[in-house]
Design a protein around this ligand. Structure first.
Ligand SMILES: [Zn+2]
Length: 112
């Protein structure tokens, strides 16, 4: 895969992931506002349990999106360094089909 295509795929993925993170931030604020409005006690109020659960879910999703962003940035750094699209284990070039499906892949299918 050429660098221009790799960059295009990675930047689209990056914008998508950033958008998701922003959406999660908004959702988290909603949960915080709901908690404040309901004046709940997390431990004893059933509603509080739901809010704590929702907050934990959002935090997990946020952590996953942040990890994803780091993977994308690492892939962009490999493009800049000229090492993108090579298997980190065997050094062989990765299939274009694999990179189209998973632009942040660091290994070939056999070495994954
Ligand atoms: Zn390999």
């Amino acid at each position: 895969m050429d660098d221009a295509r790799a960059r295009e795929l990675l930047l689209a993925l990056r914008a998508d992931t950033l958008g998701r993170l922003t959406g999660l931030g908004d959702a988290r604020q909603d949960v915080v506002d709901a908690a404040r409005g309901a004046n709940v006690d997390d431990e004893h109020d059933p509603e509080g349990t739901t809010i704590a659960f929702e907050r934990a879910q959002l935090e997990a999703l946020g952590a996953a999106a942040t990890r994803r962003l780091a993977e994308i940035d690492a892939a962009l750094a490999r493009v800049a360094a000229g090492t993108y699209g090579r298997c980190a284990v065997g050094g062989e070039p990765l299939d274009d089909a694999r990179l189209e499906a998973r632009p942040t892949a660091t290994t070939c299918v056999a070495h994954s």
